[in-house]
Design a protein around this ligand. Sequence first.
Ligand code: UD1
Ligand code: CA
Length: 452
Amino acid sequence: MTRRPLLIIVLAAGQGTRMKSAMPKVMHAIAGRSMLGHALNACQELGAETTAVVIGPDMEDVRAAALQQMPGARVYLQERQDGTAGAVLAAREAIENHKGDVLVQYADTPLLTAGTLERLRDRLDDETGLAVLGFEASDPSGFGRLITGADGTLQAIREHKDASDEERRIRLCNSGVMAFRLGDLLGVLDRIGNANAKGEFYLTDAVEIARSDGARAGVVVCAEEEVMGINSRDQLALAEALYQRHARLAVMREGATLIAPETVWFSYDTKIGRDVVIQPNVFFGPGVMIEDNVEILANCHFEESRIGAGSRVGPFARFRPGAELGERVRIGNFVEVKNSVLGDGAKANHLSYVGDGDVGAGSNIGAGTIFCNYDGFEKHRTVLGPGVFVGSNASLVAPVKIGEGAYVGAGSVITKNVSADALALTRPTQEERPGWAAKFRAFIMKRKARAG
Ligand code: UD1
Ligand code: CA
């Protein structure tokens, strides 16, 4: 199948004042990824030859985020927010240099899938030069209404403020996503005026102009929730909830058990293997991979970590960036693992901090062990060979190495390397005074009797 090249224009210039945020609206995240990131991801999945992002003034962080995710993206500045047609025209250069289909999408509709965009694009053909993604609104007020003819083709889009009472009764609304296959898209856009209720240049006017040029316009309908636009924090939370519902179902379909799915939170990129069991109240930040047959007990928190097959972690365990567990590792309650590699079968079952460490296979880290990795200026590594046994409440002051099979006595503060198979102890020798306690008690009783 030969495909015409595709240009996607992502509109992100809106201020988003209702978010009440110092950050541009599209930088707010859903499932650990910005709304802009979700929109760009859909462009990537669609395989667009060119992606243009239109930003507003003071949005240099949006520009940087777009280029970081998509180094080939073209970023355009819309100096004045004078409407959606003005926003598209800010990307004039991209349109001029492109021969093929053009798709316009908003950056604040994070649940929109590439599949639906593809469906919209497929509506375009030699006659249908314009297609609009519509939805049946539960409450249409505020949206542009799609006015269709008897033959089902789109005649016009009427903005709410400009619509008659009769037109306002239409529930089929404009999502804002539009696809174009016109010989001269710029010629259409340049004829859009601003004689309307808002005094803005409406992209939606392109429908009537293209039709007057002889093009046909079509509608593709999708579910309302998929084109939900985010304007406020409560809508952000609602979109997050919808996203999570899909993510949980996807994880369970792939063969994981979630005991209380509604209490488990995934990121956009969380990878969960087969026969993984996840107990209640677990949070996955970005960059987490859980291999097969892992058991995650209640109340764990993960970021940028990999948990090897057959491991059991939690309850109440925390995995920070760079935690890499081999197979059948055990991490118990109140253990924090950061930037550390644990070999197969290693264990840290209670109350420990394992930071900047390399822990050999089969090593055991006793309760309360702390990897003292930070000297106030720099981080240093603690390296344990295989089969090391660290007694409870030890402090391992990095940089330090403990050789294969060595023992560290409970309560020790280890500042020097320990040789393989040695015992390292830093506590004073235990002393015993026979009968001391009995004598002490007798002395106290006598003093109390005297005091009367
Ligand atoms: C727009 C549509 C409306 C549709 C609704 C769906 C127009 C004229 N109206 O209305 O038919 O039902 O979206 O949510 O297109 N933007 C810019 N620059 C601008 C103006 C807007 O980049 O100058 C961006 C915004 O960041 C936003 C999007 O375009 O992502 C939509 O803008 P908004 O002002 O929210 O349009 P609506 O009035 O809601
Ligand atoms: Ca809007």
